[in-house]
Design a protein around this ligand. Structure first.
Ligand code: ADP
Ligand code: MG
Length: 258
């Protein structure tokens, strides 16, 4: 069964075509990387797949179900999670409270339930707490669960953002530049975390500019340029692809990975 299949995926903003007629398949249980220069349409590509934007044209099939027109909360319920390029955490709240709030925003208790402290509300709160502890353990933050976010390192904030996405028990997680703004050692730690997700049965899609990391962990790479797919393949195929070298960073890409 095809896991995620994109056909003719297109997103226009007014006269600008941010994603242009992209055909692509995302394989289950693999790490897929989306690379390309700034403004290539990578974040928009994620926004469209996760239902934050409606595509202008094309179809999105998830486990052979057409999800093209589903809103983001329904897409999330099917098991597609994402992080954002900039995640706004509540800096004064604890790590675990951030994860619980993130999880609860995706669950169903309504306000009346919360006020009346109904049995369902209490149960959902307990479940959210347990789930939050489970995902914090997964990302390596158990010890910091009760620390205010403001006091933890940049790398650990990235881990909290990932924990928020993991709290919905996704089948696939889309990570938008998870290693931006952190140092190489911390980047290695995040790469390990991505491999761990795959080892635990998840599928990972990642946008990242850190080429060495991508070349190390990706099974497959999609290259976007001006919204269009200019190449796809294994890391070896991509780094030797003349079109990619010419269009995307050229010498910079070659220098970083050789
Ligand atoms: P990338 O993530 O590859 O840097 P983006 O997907 O963020 O690229 O942006 C692709 C293009 O689409 C850019 O020209 C950007 O300005 C435009 N764009 C992205 N989001 C919007 C939006 N919500 N409204 C209008 N234009 C947008
Ligand atoms: Mg982006």
């Amino acid at each position: 069964m095809t896991f995620i299949k994109l056909e003719g995926l297109t997103k226009q903003f007014g006269g600008l075509t941010a994603v242009n007629n992209v055909d692509f398949e995302i394989e289950k249980g693999k790490i897929t990387a989306i690379i390309g220069p700034n403004g290539a349409g990578k974040s928009t590509f994620f926004n469209v797949i996760s239902g934050f934007h409606q595509p202008t044209a094309g179809t999105i099939l998830f486990e052979e179900q057409d999800i093209t027109k589903l809103p983001s909360h329904k897409v999330a319920r099917l098991g597609i999670a994402r992080t954002f390029q900039t995640t706004h955490l509540f800096e004064q709240s604890s790590v675990i409270d951030n994860v619980i709030v993130g999880h609860r925003l995706r669950t169903k208790s309504n306000l009346l339930d919360a006020i009346l402290r109904t049995a369902r509300e209490k149960r959902e709160h307990r479940e959210a707490y347990e789930k939050a502890m489970e995902v914090l353990s997964f990302v390596g933050l158990t010890e910091l669960a009760n620390h205010p976010v403001a006091t933890i390192s940049q790398e650990n904030k990235k881990r909290v953002a990932i924990a928020l996405a993991l709290a919905t028990s996704p089948k696939v997680i889309f990570l938008d530049e998870p290693a931006a703004g952190i140092n190489p050692d911390e980047t290695d730690g995040l790469a390990e975390l991505m491999k761990k997700m795959v080892d635990n049965g998840m599928t990972v899609c990642i946008i990242e500019h850190k080429m060495q990391m991508i070349m190390d962990i990706a099974d497959r790479i999609l290259v976007l340029n001006h919204g269009s797919k200019i190449a796809e393949g294994t890391p070896d195929e991509i780094k030797n692809n003349p079109t990619v070298i010419e269009a995307y960073l050229g010498g910079e890409l070659v220098a970083e990975i050789s």
